[in-house]
Design a protein around this ligand. Structure first.
Ligand SMILES: [Zn+2]
Length: 216
């Protein structure tokens, strides 16, 4: 179990990053949520209905990965999606879920974000997949999202939004921000028709160079 000093530091970081995500405009009307792993079998997650103004370190809810929690505040209704990702992926130290505008725009077509730009590769492959729609808060949605994050660090959620994982809160928030930028640029590119995508040889070169440079 994490000691108190570690938990306190993670609570401060979670509140800071929650406010930062709000300042980026990625979490309007508390539609998204953030979490970080806590020890071997738990996480800290933003509470349901938190706003950037109301979010404090003590607002974060400690939830075991099988769903036990205590206290006055309820965890985000999407705690199952976060817990499933920590259970399935040892490398996940933090998870961010949003309904940011351009991610929703692409996810509403139930299509992956194609590899129209080399930075799509920063999520681990030649596209960012989109999982089928499932009702919010369900085990089905949690399963879909956790499976999609096996060989990618982010996915779109059909008719819903996006979710991503990172080593820590800062890297997960950066990934959520980057995916929103990439989806915005893709939507802009679509104004001129379907854009070109990188071919297999170009992806191979990209991944070799990115790994050699330590970016991936
Ligand atoms: Zn949601």
């Amino acid at each position: 179990m994490a000691d108190n000093a570690e938990e306190d530091a993670l609570r401060v970081a979670l509140a800071q990053q929650y406010r930062y995500v709000g300042s980026l405009g990625l979490n309007e009307l508390a539609s998204g949520n953030l979490s970080c792993r806590l020890g071997a079998d738990a996480m800290l997650i933003s509470p349901g209905g938190a706003t950037p103004e109301s979010m404090q370190p003590e607002s974060a809810v400690k939830v075991t990965l099988d769903g036990a929690w205590a206290g006055e505040r309820k965890p985000s209704s999407e705690w199952r999606m976060h817990a499933a990702i920590y259970q399935q992926h040892a490398a996940a130290g933090a998870v961010v879920h949003t309904h940011s505008d351009y991610c929703v725009a692409v996810a509403s077509h139930n299509q992956p974000l194609p590899g129209f730009h080399y930075l799509v590769g920063s999520f681990g492959g030649n596209d960012v997949p989109c999982v089928s729609y499932a009702t919010f808060g369900t085990d089905e949605l949690a399963r879909n999202a956790a499976n999609a994050l096996t060989d990618r660090t982010a996915c779109l959620l059909g008719n819903h939004g996006m979710i991503c994982r990172g080593d820590d809160l800062a890297s997960a928030v950066e990934a959520a921000h980057r995916l929103e930028i990439m989806c915005r640029q893709y939507v802009l590119a679509r104004q001129l028709g379907e854009p070109d995508v990188l071919n297999d040889a170009q992806w191979k070169d990209f991944f070799e160079r990115a790994r050699a440079a330590g970016y991936l």
